[in-house]
Design a binder for this molecule. Structure first.
Ligand code: ATP
Ligand code: MG
Length: 300
């Protein structure tokens, strides 16, 4: 299939999960176990589609790199065990590692806490021509920090700045930050992998059961489950307040990993496809230069 057709199909597949305007966004309208127009029996077909998307992504990334104009920022947010790491691994598997940068944001360090909360993210923005992946991001500020106000205390903010408008202001700042980035040639796509509490529990139990998975689970992960409702309220507000056409959220069902990967891969192909990428063309002076080089090489 031609690259243009793959991009077109990917756009269609990902579109139902894209949020461009958040004012009507409700998490309850999104089923974590959803598989869109597909069924369990289409799983193998979906996996083949992911492979095709990965191939397309590799081609698009070569052009992105050669063109050296746009940067692409992919933000991944989710509850534990929703499958962030697996999605990143699978979807980016065909991409030249030199064109891709992954950053994982854990609890902030002392140095991070001596700065504003966007600081550690701004210093890790992808360069032009590259794809940057944020495994967690500045959105933790309006998710984990909002859920646990004790983290806010650690930020050493001047107390008079902590008002009841704080979260509203944070959303506004994030919107402005993303607006600023996109006006500077950073294409932004954000993914919320929407796993259900029941499926998370199943995956945690699996992690205890299977020796190769044990390292992944900490007691803290289980503790955070108790704040499920608060986190979901946080996600709903964040998505409602920060979805824009230039930095949309994708709310991706995450109870079935094959479907999550299918949608994320499609959305990323769509994103790069929207840039009208092409290899830079060579001007007459450059052509003449190359002809000289060719002549010299053939003469050797
Ligand atoms: P992950 O959970 O992303 O797969 P991990 O298990 O290797 O990665 P953790 O040590 O669990 O890494 O680090 C992620 C933790 O850091 C999460 O609990 C997250 O909420 C927390 N975190 C990230 N950013 C912040 C922040 N700005 N303030 C407080 N905690 C944060
Ligand atoms: Mg963790």
């Amino acid at each position: 299939m031609h690259l243009k057709d793959i991009i077109h199909r990917c756009r269609q597949h990902a579109a139902p999960f894209r949020v461009n305007h958040g004012h009507k966004f409700r998490l309850k309208d999104h089923d974590p176990a959803g598989t869109g127009h597909l069924h369990e029996r289409d799983k193998d077909k979906a996996k083949k589609d992911v492979e095709r998307s990965v191939g397309a992504l590799s081609q698009l990334q070569e052009m992105l790199y050669a063109q050296d104009k746009w940067a692409v920022l992919l933000v991944f947010q989710a509850m534990d065990a929703a499958g962030k790491d697996g999605v990143i691994k699978h979807v980016m598997s065909g991409v030249n590692p030199q064109g891709c940068q992954v950053f994982s944001f854990k609890s902030p360090s002392n140095e991070d806490l001596d700065h504003d909360y966007l600081w550690r993210c701004s210093r890790n923005m992808p360069e032009r021509g590259r794809i940057g992946i944020f495994n967690r991001s500045y959105y933790e500020e309006v998710l984990v920090v909002r859920t646990h106000p004790e983290f806010l205390k650690k930020q050493k903010l001047p107390p008079e700045l902590i008002t009841r408008h704080l979260w509203k202001e944070r959303y506004e700042d994030i919107r402005n930050f993303e607006q600023y980035l996109s006006r500077n040639g950073v294409l932004i796509r954000k993914f919320f992998l929407n796993v259900s509490a029941e499926e998370q529990k199943r995956r945690f139990l699996d992690r205890i059961e299977i020796p190769e998975k044990r390292w992944k689970l900490s007691s803290n992960d289980a503790k955070e489950r108790q704040f499920w409702k608060e986190y979901m309220a946080g996600y709903e507000d964040a998505i409602a307040n920060t979805s824009t056409p230039h930095a949309p959220w994708y709310v991706v069902p995450a109870d079935h990993k094959w479907f999550t990967r299918y949608i994320v891969a499609s959305a990323i192909v769509d994103a790069l496809g929207s840039l009208n990428l092409a290899f830079p063309t060579v001007d007459d002076a450059k052509k003449a230069e190359l002809a000289q080089v060719e002549k010299a090489l053939l003469k050797e």
